[in-house]
Design a protein around this ligand. Structure first.
Ligand code: NBP
Length: 476
């Protein structure tokens, strides 16, 4: 046995992760269900470093130094269980099995408990950054038993992205914490992408600007507070021309957004925990709406718009308004995502450090962005911060963009441009800051038809009014 780490599952992600380990000087045992992928890795990239290929699981496991560290990088779901079951008979106490796939966190919790009973460590590891990140430095979110991080951590930190010399990898928390945080990362990614798409749509309708022209605006935005991977690729995509037609690429792409499911998982979990992640939810539903083909067909030419024709007098002022509205909406989406992490951390006993999560998202991953530094700073100022946008720095940023945000959402409504994420973020903002919410009326209604009781503003206790009787109040 001479390999320091093993990777099984050599499709795009596993292959690149194995190459990344090898390039960092580790001897890497490699294995795939069908041997052809293992052979092609060695044939194409054997020169990247020291690989130990094996055809059988037994040989693969035997080629790794104990305690073994084995990264599974296969299709999430049943294939992951199949690989774990195949590995188990060959493993020995203290070995560490790492699932780098996009597992749903309840599966990770289940697997961790099962392997712990066998004396094995199981690390559910979120990996973001796609194939490019896997090769050149991803953001890595490992969970599982903390002691496994002592030996595994340095290797993962070695191959992760670095920002200002700091690795984009840290231990997230026990059992499913790593995969949970990766899930929320993807949810935030949904919100971020939807907000950018809405900003593009507003600029398109408001200014009548070409895709390439809007691409230039995103390029300028990327030089400021909004600097991030997603803004950068948006500028690039919008300026790309379709070779076949000579049209803007974005204009020849069918407008039906697909999804693999992490956004849905994030929203489902938020519903379970009762956390309002309206930005992520609207983004997920916006994709669903785009794919609602029969409904869109039924509406076409039938539903009137009764919308105005957008008259922008000051082009630069409008662009700045959209930028400020985008930034504020984005902060709300992140704030909500971090609330969900806090709620889950409390529910499952994970102790997740939110500032550290913002830190490891600064590089390598899809939502990497300059302003994540500010989020880390906010949680360093107060690790129990109940509301990210109420941190003094962010409250100030949002406050300065507030008038622009309101103008944009109002103009979008008047001109019939859908902005579900912009609008719901603003509603969330106004809701969370309201002195008093109409939830009081909801409670009264619930008590009226279902005797669900209510609490009063003026004294402790739970009360019910005899609505169908003499309307006297009783203490429940
Ligand atoms: P895929 O998700 O396309 O999975 C293909 C791999 O799974 C192949 O190695 C295949 O082996 C193996 N596999 C399957 Br399918 N069923 C198996 C089974 N029953 N037993 C053993 N192996 C099995 O690969 P990927 O796109 O590289 O992604 C790998 C993981 O990383 C996934 O969980 C994915 O969600 C996650 N991820 C992907 C990205 C990304 O950008 N693509 C980013 C972050 C995370 P075979 O070659 O023999 O068919």
């Amino acid at each position: 046995a001479r390999a320091q780490i093993g990777v099984t599952g050599l499709a795009v992600m596993g292959r690149n992760l194995a190459r990344n380990f090898a390039r960092h000087g580790y001897t890497v045992a490699v294995h795939n269900r069908s041997y052809a992928k293992t052979e092609s890795l060695i044939a194409d990239h054997g020169g990247d470093g020291d690989f130990v290929p094996s055809e059988s699981t037994a040989d693969f496991v035997a080629s790794i130094e104990r305690p073994r560290k084995i990264v599974i990088m296969v299709k999430a779901g049943d294939p992951t269980d199949a690989v774990i079951d195949e590995l188990i008979p060959h493993l020995e106490e203290g070995d560490v099995v790492i699932d780098g796939g996009n597992a749903h966190f309840p599966d990770t919790i289940r697997r961790e408990h099962k392997l712990a009973e066998l004396g094995l460590h199981f690390v559910g590891m979120g990996v973001s950054g796609g194939e490019e990140g896997a090769l050149n430095g991803p953001s890595i979110m490992p969970g599982g038993p903390k002691e496994s991080y002592t030996t595994l951590g340095p290797i993962l930190e070695d191959i992760s992205a670095k920002v200002d010399g700091t690795p984009c990898c840290t231990w997230v928390g026990p059992d499913g914490a790593g995969h949970f945080v990766k899930m929320v990362h993807n949810g935030i990614e949904y919100a971020d992408m939807q907000l950018i798409a809405e900003a593009y749509d507003l600029l398109k309708h408001g200014l009548g600007e070409s895709a390439a022209g809007i691409g230039k605006i995103f390029e300028q935005w990327n030089a400021g507070d909004l600097e991030s991977f997603l803004i950068e690729i948006t500028a690039d995509v919008l300026q790309h021309v379709d070779a076949a037609t000579g049209k803007a690429f974005v204009d020849i792409v069918l407008d039906q957004a697909e999804q693999k499911g992490t956004g849905r998982w994030t929203v489902q979990n938020a519903l379970d925990l009762g956390v309002p992640i309206t930005g992520i939810a609207e983004a997920t539903f916006a994709r669903a709406l785009s794919g609602s083909v029969p409904q869109r067909e039924a509406a076409r030419g039938v539903l009137p718009g009764d919308a105005g024709t957008w008259q922008i007098e000051d082009r630069d002022a409008f662009v700045e308004d959209v930028r400020l509205a985008l930034y504020a909406s984005k902060l709300v989406a992140y704030s909500q995502g971090f609330d969900q992490i806090a709620a889950a951390s409390a529910e499952y006993g994970w102790g997740v450090d939110r500032g550290a999560m913002a830190r490891i998202w600064r590089g390598g991953c899809i939502i990497r962005a300059k302003f994540l530094n500010r989020i880390t700073e906010a949680y360093e100022r107060d690790e129990n911060l109940p509301l990210l946008i109420a941190d003094p720095y962010f409250a100030d940023v949002v406050g300065k963009g507030l008038a622009a945000w309101r103008r944009i959402v109002a103009q979008a409504a008047l001109n019939g441009v859908p902005t579900p994420a912009f609008a719901s973020s603003l509603s969330y903002y106004d809701g969370v800051r309201a002195d008093r919410l109409p939830a009081a009326l909801i409670q009264a209604q619930r008590d009226f038809f279902g005797a669900h009781t209510y609490r009063r503003v003026d004294r402790e206790g739970t009360f019910h009014t005899e609505w169908s009787g003499d309307r006297s109040e009783t203490e429940a």
